[in-house]
Design a protein. Structure first.
Ligand code: HEC
Length: 101
């Protein structure tokens, strides 16, 4: 009986990893091809990926919607769409949350 229960738990865990992994991988892939150019190194004073303090401040002061808008319009040192011409608002949100972690 216990073995069956364990197998069930393992199967459930595997299933949830399989469901979420492709989405996370896609965000990471897009990030590497676009935003990483500046946000990995902090080039041109871009807020760095993983600098949680900066990203938390931006998110609470400006709000996620404003951050998505400034990414789409561009900033003084950031090209409009952050080099991701095909990204949707949701993609930008995912990318911003990815950089904030
Ligand atoms: C060419 C370099 C470059 C690329 C590529 C780039 N950024 Fe930026 N980003 C910057 C810089 C520099 C800033 C700081 C603001 C400024 O000085 O223009 C910034 C700021 C931001 C901000 C803060 C905006 C605000 O309102 O304060 C967000 C959000 C952001 N970038 C998201 C992204 C996303 C998402 C991508 C990828 C799709 C991306 N950036 C790609 C350079 C870049």
């Amino acid at each position: 009986m216990r073995k069956t229960a364990q197998k069930l738990i393992v199967a459930t865990l595997c299933a949830s990893v399989l469901v979420s992994a492709p989405a996370v991988a896609a965000v990471a892939d897009t990030y590497q091809k676009t935003c990483a150019t500046c946000h990995d190194s902090g080039a041109l004073n871009a807020p760095k990926k993983g600098d949680t303090a900066i990203w938390e401040r931006l998110k609470s002061q400006k709000g996620m919607d404003a951050l998505v808008q400034s990414t789409k319009k561009g900033m003084p040192q950031m090209p409009a769409m952050g080099l991701c011409g095909s990204c949707s608002d949701q993609d930008f949100k995912d990318l911003i949350n990815y950089m904030a972690n």
